[in-house]
Write a protein that binds this ligand. Structure first.
Ligand SMILES: Cc1cc2nc3c(=O)[nH]c(=O)nc-3n(C[C@H](O)[C@H](O)[C@H](O)COP(=O)(O)OP(=O)(O)OC[C@H]3O[C@@H](n4cnc5c(N)ncnc54)[C@H](O)[C@@H]3O)c2cc1C
Length: 405
């Protein structure tokens, strides 16, 4: 994979100057950085950018994304989540600065960077305080359309990738179904070819961003399961307009990540142009598996960012909050769980970035991608839980910031 910077991103990065501390960050320096961060601090004031094992381009991505994310405060994210409003501003900001095509081909406006750089980008967005909300508002852009990149015709790539990279169109991803869950090969939605259209019928669930998406990448069965030689055959992939006259989109209420909607989508006799079929009919399952390991690394990186953000918040609070006559952070009962979480996050980070590097170098990276995603999710969950416990009763009631009380 090409690692040079192209397009808009290249120009943005070359304009940046980056400080390069030459020491490896000890936990102490993390805690000091945390201590110095007021609630409205810019992301660049607290996000580290001195990992010695990163390449020049990874450092540059970190700095550029930190700068953009520093414009979005904790209050912005709380407000978006409370109002269930998609963070269109961040999406636009990243699009205008050329980031939505970080891994996409340069011919269509992308930058053709590696998964290592995309991992930095997604970790940084999440770590800035945007969390999973910020990350999942653009997640689909990074690798979601990889089947189009790999299997689409030249005409399709131009028509589908260019507006997505420019931020003019947003896409969602419809695979999961209510009756079949993780057993994708048994999905029940169908498509039947009639002339130059396919007629789609069925239901999808948990479809993220369908409230605001213009397009959908959707997997349906074109040959019934009992008529194929293998269950992996007979599924087909379409990238098409989410036609709301034929598709009913209903939001599912949920507690977290509420700014990025989750939906049930129901469609009956939905006419989809045959020109929106990606690759060969019946080969859709193989197509969606492309890039799955890269996607695992990105999701892991998003979790990692969330874990660091929670830890930073907890460490700061532990130094500010005094009970029994001294800051609670002076007690080993508070210090040790947070220090342990930092170690686990760092260990997960090493595994994830190894997986990204292996992927970029063309090695099989499945074991490391899966392991990295698992370790990052575990470490992040624990870090968040410990951050909540550190805050005691002040662990952020849903609709309030501490300053409001
Ligand atoms: C916030 C959110 C956003 C999502 N966004 C999208 C999206 O945009 N597009 C999309 O297509 N999907 C999306 N998904 C769906 C997601 O990718 C999973 O496919 C889905 O959550 C599976 O859920 P389920 O309840 O149907 O799982 P089920 O398959 O019913 O599994 C239920 C439980 O049983 C376990 N289990 C299942 N089989 C086994 C087994 N053989 N052995 C042991 N344990 C097993 C599972 O691990 C799980 O814990 C999203 C999900 C969430 C929560």
């Amino acid at each position: 994979m090409k690692l040079g910077f192209g397009g808009h991103v290249g120009r943005t990065l070359s304009a940046l100057r980056r400080p390069r501390p030459d020491h490896f960050p000890a936990l102490r320096s993390v805690v000091l950085a945390v201590k110095q961060r007021p609630i409205h601090a810019k992301a660049t004031e607290f996000l580290q950018n001195n990992q010695p094992d990163w390449t020049e381009s990874m450092h540059d991505v970190r700095e550029a994304i930190s700068k953009i994310c520093s414009r979005y405060t904790d209050e912005y994210w709380l407000d978006k989540d409370n109002k269930h409003e998609f963070p269109l501003d961040l999406h636009r900001d990243l699009a205008n600065n050329g980031w939505l095509g970080i891994c996409m081909p340069e011919e269509y406006g992308g930058s053709a960077l590696g998964i290592s750089e995309a991992t930095v980008m997604m970790q940084t967005i999440s770590e800035s305080g945007a969390g999973m909300t910020g990350a999942s508002s653009i997640h689909m852009n990074i690798f979601g359309l990889e089947p189009v990149v790999k299997f689409g015709t030249l005409e399709q790539k131009k028509r589908m990738l260019t507006p997505l990279i420019q931020g003019k169109e947003k896409a969602c991803f419809g695979v999961t179904e209510p009756n079949t869950g993780l057993d994708t090969l048994k999905l029940q939605s169908t498509a039947e070819k009639r002339g130059d259209v396919y007629i789609l019928n069925g239901t999808k669930i948990w479809t993220s961003t369908a409230q605001i998406a213009d397009k959908i990448l959707i997997l349906v069965r074109t040959t019934p399961l009992d008529q194929v030689s293998k269950p992996t055959h007979g599924l087909s992939l379409f990238y098409t307009t989410l036609d709301r006259t034929a598709v009913q989109v209903t939001e599912i209420p949920k507690l977290g990540r509420a700014a990025v909607d989750s939906n049930v989508i129901f469609f009956e006799n939905w006419k989809v142009p045959a020109e929106d079929l990606i690759g060969e009919e019946g080969n859709g399952f193989k197509q969606i598996m492309v890039g799955m390991n890269a996607e695992r690394v990105l999701v892991g990186a998003e979790a990692l960012g969330l874990g660091y953000a929670a830890l930073r918040r907890a460490a700061r609070y532990a130094q500010e909050r005094s009970v029994f006559g001294r800051p609670i952070g002076k007690n080993q009962g508070i210090q040790h769980p947070l220090a342990e979480s930092w170690m686990k996050l760092e260990a997960a980070r090493l595994m994830l970035y190894l997986a990204a590097r292996l992927y970029d170098q063309g090695h099989s990276s499945g074991e490391h991608a899966n392991a990295g995603k698992y370790l990052a999710a575990e470490a992040a969950f624990e870090a968040c839980e410990r951050a909540v416990l550190t805050h005691g009763a002040w662990a952020m009631p849903k609709n309030t910031m501490l300053r409001d009380i």
